[in-house]
Design a protein around this ligand. Sequence first.
Ligand SMILES: NC(=O)c1ccc[n+]([C@@H]2O[C@H](COP(=O)([O-])OP(=O)(O)OC[C@H]3O[C@@H](n4cnc5c(N)ncnc54)[C@H](OP(=O)(O)O)[C@@H]3O)[C@@H](O)[C@H]2O)c1
Length: 248
Amino acid sequence: MRAAAQGMIDTVRQIHPEPGDADPAQAYAYPPGRTWLRANMITTLDGAAWHDNRSGALGGAADHRLFALLRGLADAVIVGAGTVRTEGYGPVRPGPGWAGLRAGRPAVPRLAIVTRQIHLDLESPLFTAAGEPPILLTSPQAPAARLRAARRCAEVIVAADLATAIAELASAHPRLLCEGGPGVLAQVAAAGLLDELCLTVSPMLTAGDGGRILDGPALPAPARMRLGHVLIEDEFLFLRYTTTKEQL
Ligand SMILES: NC(=O)c1ccc[n+]([C@@H]2O[C@H](COP(=O)([O-])OP(=O)(O)OC[C@H]3O[C@@H](n4cnc5c(N)ncnc54)[C@H](OP(=O)(O)O)[C@@H]3O)[C@@H](O)[C@H]2O)c1
């Protein structure tokens, strides 16, 4: 991917469906007028979703630009508390070119953190320095004291299950981006909520104990997906698959 002067992705080399240059903002545009849940994940060639407990080591500059673009296109970013803790999430900050991408919308997408125990530092910048506070997607079993504390610094959705919580989130934020982690993404897929998987294939091998991009019980049957596009930069592949019958 080639970045324009301000760091916004300018054009990107596409190798499927047609070889040539593509406009990434168009290539990743959400379908209009409906709820759409996209996940963005990275894997090594040998299938590891992290190395040394972090996924950051697997990426590169092109991957970081795509990460920012996908955030810029979304209304809300769903992420598991495990990933917030291990990756040290902070507030979402506007990225290059977002003003154009987000015309008529808030400057940044809302962060929606999936958590049962609310084992999160509620005094960290994630909660105190965000323009709009994060939304916590939690369950009725959340510890009452943590729930009370969370309500002072976050919006809270309490729901019987994750699918119900995501449906409530989607009613105000239809363009959803899930950044994992594998535990949350496995549940999103199992609940039939995943419309699209953006998978970065990193040209790395790690072996070790890095898990897969979905970590959960086996689906009743393998979920067949359709290849939307393949982009390439710096030997990283950017694959876009959809799960719905509707092709973009
Ligand atoms: N390769 C990639 O693209 C990628 C992307 C993201 C993360 N990662 C890596 O994945 C690892 C973390 O993944 P993970 O699977 O352990 O964590 P995760 O999926 O990010 O978060 C798991 C946490 O989410 C909460 N949770 C899960 N299901 C829930 C439900 N149904 N209702 C309410 N809360 C629920 C729980 O939080 P509480 O404990 O707070 O209750 C649980 O501990 C890290 O190493 C990270 O670097 C890789």
